[in-house]
Ligand binder design. Structure first.
Ligand SMILES: Nc1nc2c(c(=O)[nH]1)N[C@H]1C(S)=C(S)[C@@H](COP(=O)(O)OP(=O)(O)OC[C@H]3O[C@@H](n4cnc5c(=O)[nH]c(N)nc54)[C@H](O)[C@@H]3O)O[C@H]1N2
Ligand SMILES: Nc1nc2c(c(=O)[nH]1)N[C@H]1C(S)=C(S)[C@@H](COP(=O)(O)OP(=O)(O)OC[C@H]3O[C@@H](n4cnc5c(=O)[nH]c(N)nc54)[C@H](O)[C@@H]3O)O[C@H]1N2
Ligand SMILES: [Mo]
Length: 748
């Protein structure tokens, strides 16, 4: 079978009578993504980069700081690959001579595309490692706060985003109450990093509700609650307060599971003192939580008792920790589930990210297969990924993070491949200014993203359907042979072939490619999988069939039950925390002495939320969830994303009452603004949305025209303020804005 694999799943390739290819759902996928089906729309799209391009003023004077101001709007000249290769090699040499290899930032955060060989960052990092290394980035935008906090609370085994949830089958069998903070945005489950053969998360959730499973959802948007669920509005960023109110209720009503707390947790005492307000004089009661969150006190009191009485599971969306103090709701949820006493029971306890992507909650044997070898990075410098602006600004010498002080080296060259910081990072105006500091910016991408428009050297990459690869997710059990559908345009190369040309100029080609062709690399990777999993079919069979999966034919693997063994006998099967127990108070975290991250779950009010003084000036809380019609900024030009726009603008959701008060009607062009920036978007009335909340999904392409972003990228407005000093993670979901009808001169 001719298959194409993407982060949105696997598709069958068909050709019509005229030989035109198109994508069809993979026949083994129960819930295929309509967005992924539109991939081929990008093939000859006008946004394609068709040749290596160099920014004109940089080409004329690459070391002249004056030319750097043109990044973002200068024009470009096309050059040959040979010339581009020499320019890259020279620029690298200049930076290494002046600043050493740590002067090269190669962190390149981003989702790139599926495929183990043509993985853009792996290709770039292997290349840069051969040249002596680079300053890198750690953690993710997805799970940056939780990924740093959870190792302190549960141990390093619970660092990964998909590794705490029980399996859907166990939830269906044994959980009687599923509480979802942040709800279940089902369009998110279309996606899986590395791809998948079968979308199972959204059907699993629907089955749970369909079979009478009870569900309570807290979210500023009722659209996050699936049909059949009970939904409660809460003010954005106040989930921690609600959870503390639930904890307090359990405690004062005598319903906390003290046996569980004593056997399986440490630090309950200081946490209980905090709940009771013994030190700060403020009991974290249901009434207190209600005043902060807007959730009725009676709902909190009722739910606390239900949680104790019922086999229950508390799920948090990842979005909650993409906010100021985003570590706290995660810690509070663990405390709450511990007090309710169902951790370790089948399908119960706590979970993070059910339906955030497809794999969470799937019982699969994971194919931890070989990836394209990156080699070793001799440079030890790194940043937490969302501190890119601070790094490039060059004014900050160090940054505190997770108990350490990280030096921030001076950066002379930035090379980004497979990510789009002018999509993903916050406060894009400030990022654009920071991007004017390095001597050289290189971007490898397939399309003219805003990031590419900030580069001096732009290298065109083949799209995923223009190459052959083997796709697999480390969180799934499918291997897919993703076969070329169309050849790339003439001057467009795969990341590997482009880097190979540059390696040749630098005398590193043999080390970089090991003399293997694309087909040989792909076969080599499959051999690696087969060595590790001898039950996989022989290579000829795999490449002929187009896919293989460890569990496709065999019996389903046992569901995950992360905490059962630990809870049954904590001393025999301790967690890998300092105490061996769930840490409701962490000596380690408390010892860091960060004012923005105490040693136990705590309520702290974000500087930007509806309760803060700034809300008097900017009265709306802007949320920026994942787009349902694309993958971040990818597939922006394809049908589903384009047809969801109105008048060429992204749609912003607003409560109809708020809109009426501002004189805004459906389809009006609105300006959304704060001190950081201004954007245009088309007004979409949303009765399901709480008042004073706006929802503008990410992925609109940043397109500033006279200081106003017509592309509707919410990150024009969001702040770079971190979750806390502990994780230094991204916090775009804490953002206050104003909204008004746009000046007609701007929209003309
Ligand atoms: N306001 C706000 N901002 C957010 C979030 C939010 O919730 N709110 N969420 C954050 C999250 S969770 C994430 S993960 C990030 C996502 O941010 P990114 O991962 O940076 O977003 P993508 O659009 O997927 O960027 C991938 C880029 O790689 C390019 N690409 C794809 N395949 C290849 C390839 O083979 N080679 C090369 N060279 N390039 C390729 C694509 O064209 C695209 O430009 O955004 C974050 N930003
Ligand atoms: N189609 C599609 N799917 C995707 C992606 C994509 O780009 N496109 N991106 C993927 C990636 S990289 C990731 S990390 C995951 C992200 O998965 P998540 O982080 O879970 O998803 P989000 O869409 O950011 O947010 C989910 C919901 O959280 C709610 N929410 C926001 N703030 C708050 C709050 O303070 N309190 C409460 N209670 N609710 C709140 C919003 O209403 C939103 O609908 O999605 C993945 N899935
Ligand atoms: Mo993400």
């Amino acid at each position: 079978m001719h298959l194409f694999a993407s982060h949105l799943g696997t598709f069958e390739v068909e050709h019509d009578a005229a030989g035109q290819p198109s994508l069809r759902p993979f026949r083994l996928d129960p819930d295929p993504s309509p967005v992924g089906m539109a991939y081929l729309d990008l093939a000859r799209h006008p946004s394609r980069i068709l040749s290596p391009m160099v920014r004109r003023s940089w080409l004329e004077a690459p070391t002249d700081p004056a030319t750097r101001r043109g990044r973002g709007f200068d024009d470009y000249v096309a050059v040959s690959w040979d010339q581009a290769a020499r320019l890259v090699a020279d620029a690298l040499a200049r930076t290494r001579d002046r600043l050493g290899n740590e002067g090269v930032f190669g962190g390149s955060y981003g989702w790139a595309s599926a495929g183990r060989f043509h993985h853009a960052q792996s290709q770039l990092k292997r290349f840069l490692n051969l040249t002596g290394g680079f300053t890198s980035a750690v953690n993710t935008y997805s799970y940056g706060a939780a990924g740093v906090l959870l190792p302190h609370v549960l141990g390093p085994d619970y660092k990964d985003a998909c590794d705490t949830a029980p399996s859907w089958s166990d939830i269906a069998a044994s959980c009687r109450l599923l509480v979802g903070f942040g709800g279940f945005r089902l369009s998110n489950a279309q996606v899986e990093a590395g791809g998948t053969g079968s979308h199972r998360a959204a059907p699993a959730l629907r089955d749970y509700v369909g079979n009478g499973g009870r569900m309570v959802v807290f979210s500023p948007s009722a659209a996050d609650a699936p049909e059949g669920a009970e939904h409660h509005f809460l003010r954005p960023n106040t989930d921690t307060a609600v959870m503390l109110g639930l904890c307090h209720t359990l405690l004062v009503r005598g319903r906390a599971d003290h046996d569980f707390l004593a056997r399986c947790t440490t630090g309950f005492e200081p946490f209980a003192r905090y709940l009771l307000g013994e030190d700060d004089g403020e009991p974290k009661s249901a009434a207190w939580a209600s005043a902060i969150s807007g959730v009725p006190e009676a709902v909190i009191t009722w739910l606390a008792l239900e949680l104790a009485d019922t086999p229950s599971l508390i799920n948090l969306s990842w979005s909650l920790q993409r906010a100021r103090f985003g570590e706290q709701p995660y810690w509070a949820a663990i405390a709450l589930a511990s007090m309710a006493g169902h951790v370790g029971e089948r399908g119960c306890g706590f979970a993070f990210g059910l339906t955030a992507v497809n794999s969470v909650g799937q019982p699969v044997r994971r194919l931890k297969g070989p990836s394209f070898e990156q080699g070793r990075n001799p440079v030890g410098h790194y940043i937490p990924v969302a501190r890119i602006t601070e790094l490039l600004e060059g004014e900050h010498r160090t940054i505190a993070y997770n108990g350490r002080i990280l030096p921030l080296p001076k950066i002379g060259l930035v090379w980004w491949a497979g990510g789009n910081p002018f999509h993903h990072h916050q406060d894009l105006g400030r990022l654009a200014r920071a991007f004017r500091n390095p001597e050289t910016v290189i971007v490898t991408d397939s399309v003219w993203t805003a990031t590419a428009r900030h580069a001096d050297i732009v290298l065109p990459a083949a799209l995923p359907f223009e190459r052959n690869d083997i796709a697999a997710s480390s969180r799934d059990n499918w291997l897919v042979y993703s076969r070329q559908v169309l050849p790339p345009p003439d001057n467009v190369l795969t990341d590997h072939d482009g880097l190979r040309r540059i390696a040749r100029v630098m005398g590193l080609e043999e080390d970089f490619s090991e003399g293997r062709s694309e087909a040989e690399w792909v076969a080599h990777l499959y051999d690696g999988y087969r060595t590790r999993y001898p039950e996989l079919p022989p290579a000829e069979m795999f490449f002929a069939q187009g896919y293989a999966g460890l569990d496709i034919d065999a019996a389903a693997p046992a569901p995950a039950d992360h905490f059962r063994a630990f809870v049954t006998d904590p001393s025999a099967r301790p967690l890998r925390t300092p105490s061996g127990l769930i840490e409701l108070f962490s000596e380690t975290v408390a010892g860091f002495d960060y004012a923005d991250h105490p040693g136990h779950p705590s309520w702290m009010q974000p500087e930007e939320c509806l309760l803060s003084p700034l809300a008097k000036k900017h009265g709306f809380h802007l949320l920026s969830p994942q787009p349902s019609t694309r993958l971040h900024s990818q597939l922006h030009g394809a049908g589903p994303s384009q047809s969801a726009k109105r008048d060429g603008l992204e749609r912003v959701e607003i409560n109809p009452g708020d809109a009426a008060a501002l004189g805004l009607a459906e389809g009006d062009v609105a300006e959304i603004y704060n001190e950081r920036g201004r954007i245009l978007a088309s007004v979409a009335l949303a009765p399901h949305l709480m008042q004073r909340v706006l929802v503008l999904p990410t992925g609109g392409w940043f397109d500033p025209v006279d200081g106003v972003d017509h592309g509707g990228n919410p990150n024009t407005l969001t702040a770079i303020r971190p979750t806390s000093t502990l994780a230094q993670a991204t916090a775009p979901n804490s953002c206050l804005v104003s909204i008004r009808r746009a000046d007609p001169r701007e929209t003309a």
